[in-house]
Design a protein around this ligand. Structure first.
Ligand code: GNR
Ligand code: NI
Length: 173
């Protein structure tokens, strides 16, 4: 297993629409294992392949709380096939936009069709925090970051803070 490099905003790989995965085989499972390890180490609750420089439609998620058993999920070629009318606002962060947060409004629940780790077709109804993470990860596959879903003013303030953080980090070295 290996820890992969996480690409950060505004790296162009994060803006690209990812390509469908053609086949679930051992090579692909090895990448998924590395993605999961990278996500746990970060730590994060989800990670999409474009965040580690791979423009392929796959994500890993573990939205279990700290007091629950780990619940890793692997979603290959995921598609939202139903969204609730009802929406919810949740504070989001992203490993590709370090140390920033903003409130994002999204459908409260979504039904997702995907292929699993073993190449099996599956469907899940995601609700609550899992629904937020699933939608955040699927956005990555279409080149969308949560900061693209907030107001222009909030986004520009957030990007300024990110640039300041980076400057402080490089000055500290
Ligand atoms: O670790 C993460 N936490 C998080 C919190 C609220 C909403 C979405 C997320 S996903 C994020 C990891 C990440 O950047 N995944 O793409
Ligand atoms: Ni993210």
């Amino acid at each position: 297993m290996a820890i992969l490099k996480i690409y950060e905003y505004p790296h162009p790989v994060l803006k690209k629409k990812a390509e469908p995965v053609a086949e679930v085989n051992d090579d692909l499972r090895k990448v998924l294992d590395d993605m999961l390890e990278t996500m746990y180490e970060a730590p994060g609750v989800g990670l999409a392949a474009p965040q580690v420089g791979l423009s392929q439609r796959m994500v890993v998620i573990d939205a279990a709380r700290d007091d629950e058993e780990p619940a890793p999920m692997y979603l290959i070629n995921p598609e939202i096939i139903w969204r609730s009318e009802e929406t919810e606002i949740c504070e989001e962060g992203c490993l590709s936009v370090p140390e920033q947060n903003a409130e994002v409004e999204r459908p409260a629940s979504v039904r997702v069709r995907y292929t699993d780790y073993h190449g099996q077709a599956r469907e899940i109804l995601a609700e609550g925090f899992l629904a937020v993470v699933v939608q955040h990860e699927l956005d990555h596959l279409d080149g969308i970051l949560y900061i693209d879903r907030i107001s222009k003013l909030k986004k520009s303030m957030l990007v300024k803070k990110l640039e300041k953080l980076r400057k402080n980090r490089s000055d500290a070295k």
